[in-house]
Design a protein around this ligand. Structure first.
Ligand SMILES: *Cc1c(COP(=O)(O)O)cnc(C)c1O
Length: 255
């Protein structure tokens, strides 16, 4: 019970901070979407968060993703067959996001599980998603992961190359490029990563203006526990938050 109310407090606190950061950047709280990143979450915490109304979840490893998608689907199915007003906030559906590095041989397994892949960082990966999505007759929404900080980040295309990759992907009819994602290196002082977020936002806004990927190109995914307020101030409209919601590693589910 103590953990239940601690989770609720952390979640409320995160949502408040997201709302205030949105307002500081001239937007409304509901203009910024929170993805709850479940890396350190227990199944019980995930159920509680769904009961609090959270609908978007993210994972960075394929095996955990598939377990957790199964778990949340089962939970929602069970919930639908119950007549309980206690959980009035439970969403109609839970949307899963693949946020971690994706290997090409895992694409086939991931496609049926997720609403959005945040981590497309090469033409070859995009081509594999196009091929597998064609076989499943899906249209898959993806973000291009960019590296806005240089050598410190292992994954992501260089910012100046992102528009070119986006243009190459426009010819792939089973893909829809929805925006950009970036991940900043950890800093004790989140202000240190502000320039990287601002550079990413500049590139994103420039691509929006030039209409590189059409009107569906409208998602800027950046900001995690340590830096989500700075990311929102820089223009993020999707943040991916794990530890600030679920707590630190002592609750980690056994992998
Ligand atoms: C783990 C992870 C997050 C969330 O990190 P926290 O620091 O727990 O908020 C966000 N995005 C990606 C890509 C991650 O791997």
């Amino acid at each position: 019970m103590a953990e239940r109310s601690a989770l609720k407090d952390r979640y409320r606190n995160v949502m408040e901070r997201v709302g205030r950061a949105a307002e500081r950047s001239g937007r409304r709280a509901e203009d910024v979407h929170v993805i709850a990143v479940t890396k350190t979450a227990t199944p019980e915490q995930m159920r509680q968060l769904i009961e609090l109304g959270q609908a978007d979840f993210g994972e960075n490893r394929v095996q955990l993703l598939s377990q957790r998608v199964g778990m949340t689907r089962e939970f929602l199915d069970r919930h639908r067959t119950m007549t309980s007003s206690r959980c009035a906030e439970v969403p109609q559906e839970v949307r899963w996001h693949m946020i971690g590095h994706l290997q090409r041989n895992k694409v086939k397994a991931v496609l049926p599980l997720v609403r959005l892949i945040h981590s497309v960082d090469s033409l070859r990966l995009a081509e594999e998603i196009q091929n597998q999505a064609a076989k499943l007759d899906l249209k898959t929404d993806v973000l291009i992961q960019v590296n806005a900080v240089g050598e410190k980040s292992k994954f992501g295309v260089a910012l100046p190359a992102s528009a070119h990759l986006a243009e190459q992907m426009m010819g792939m009819n089973h893909l829809r490029v929805r925006g950009l994602m970036t991940m900043a290196p950890f800093h004790d002082d989140p202000d240190q990563v502000r320039p990287a977020f601002e550079r990413t936002a500049d590139t994103f806004n420039d691509m929006v203006k030039r209409g590189v990927c059409g009107p569906a190109f409208n998602i800027l995914s950046m900001g995690m526990t340590n830096d989500f307020e700075v990311a929102i101030e820089a223009g993020a409209n999707v943040v991916r938050i794990g530890r600030a919601i679920f707590g630190e590693m002592e609750h980690a589910a056994s992998a």
